[in-house]
Design a protein around this ligand. Structure first.
Ligand code: 6CS
Ligand code: FE
Length: 296
């Protein structure tokens, strides 16, 4: 595909506008025919753009937390660690799958991977993994965005055939900076203003400004839709579609929030040259290893 085939132009110098989604939401069935999700769950994902599985893997929470503690020290000084926008608290650890067999195992778990393959209708590879950390009182917000917008513009992901699965490592309440989503927003695409500067990721991962729809666009989207906060107990798994609008507020509560996330992309949706950036982001943000993930 070349730049002229850009189905989802964004940050290419035009004004902001809402354009239609051209890809299906559910691409299934899985290549093997496995179908862990039932009709109601599929309908819910199609309509809302996300699914919540309360208490799916509670037994993994403690070992994962312990391993993340280890990574915080072992990875000190590396570019995989992203700090808060002001101050130097830890915001994100990227690519934890590379450094933690436990985290890698979570995202190849028999309770997780088959659902992902069913939704994406193919084999998948692990494109990006991360731990998002929002310490008590100090954890900072994430602005409204569609992940796909960034992956398209900055990484060259051609189509909407990816999703994120994430596990809550402590309780996600209404108060500790939970994920806000706009159910149904995955069916629209916001083509954003601006142009992507060189190495935008170095600032955007601390505080995103490009690819953030403006208030007028958000008002338009929210005229017929609502914001929903995803809450749950530790061990709850969430799957959200790559183009679902989401963000999260500051954590001014006394309870930390930590989640571990993995982005899966279909092996039939491999990236091309970025649609709005001079060169693709480093592999720790968007893997170039397209080996189909196998259940571990
Ligand atoms: O950069 C990424 O890949 C992801 N992180 C942020 C903060 N925004 C876009 C996307 O979700
Ligand atoms: Fe996101």
């Amino acid at each position: 595909m070349t730049m002229t085939d850009d189905l989802y132009p964004s940050r290419v110098g035009g004004g902001e506008q809402i354009i239609p989604r051209l890809d299906p939401v559910i691409h299934g069935p899985a290549p093997s025919g496995e179908s862990p999700l039932d009709r109601d769950q599929l309908d819910c994902y199609e309509q809302n753009g996300y699914l919540v599985f309360p208490d799916l893997l509670p037994e993994l929470v403690e070992p994962l937390q312990a391993d993340i503690q280890r990574l915080r020290t072992e990875l000190r000084g590396r570019e995989e660690l992203v700090r808060e926008p002001q101050g130097d608290g830890l915001r994100t650890i990227f690519n934890p799958c590379r450094f933690s067999p436990q985290i890698d195992g979570l995202f190849r778990h028999p309770k997780v991977l088959p659902m992902v393959r069913q939704l994406l209708g193919s084999d998948v590879y692990l494109m990006q993994s991360r731990v998002n950390n929002k310490p008590a009182f100090r954890g900072r917000s994430f602005a409204w965005h569609s992940d796909f917008e960034t992956w398209h513009v900055e990484d060259g992901m051609p189509r909407m055939r990816a999703l994120t699965a994430w596990l809550m490592l402590n309780e996600n309440s209404h108060y500790n900076g939970p994920l806000y989503v706009i159910p149904g927003s995955h069916k629209l695409y916001v083509s954003c203003r601006g142009r992507t500067g060189e190495d935008n990721y170095k600032s955007s991962l601390r505080q995103q400004t490009l690819g953030v729809p403006e208030p007028d666009t958000m008002r338009e989207i929210l005229r017929e839709r609502e914001i929903h906060a995803i809450t749950g107990k530790p061990g709850t798994l969430v799957i959200h579609e790559c183009n679902l609008l989401h963000g999260s507020p500051d954590n001014i509560s006394g309870d930390p929030r930590q989640v571990v996330m993995c982005v899966y992309n279909s092996v039939e949706n491999k990236p091309v040259a970025p649609y709005g950036a001079a060169r693709p982001r480093p592999a720790f943000l968007s893997s170039r290893d397209y080996t189909p993930a196998a259940v571990a």
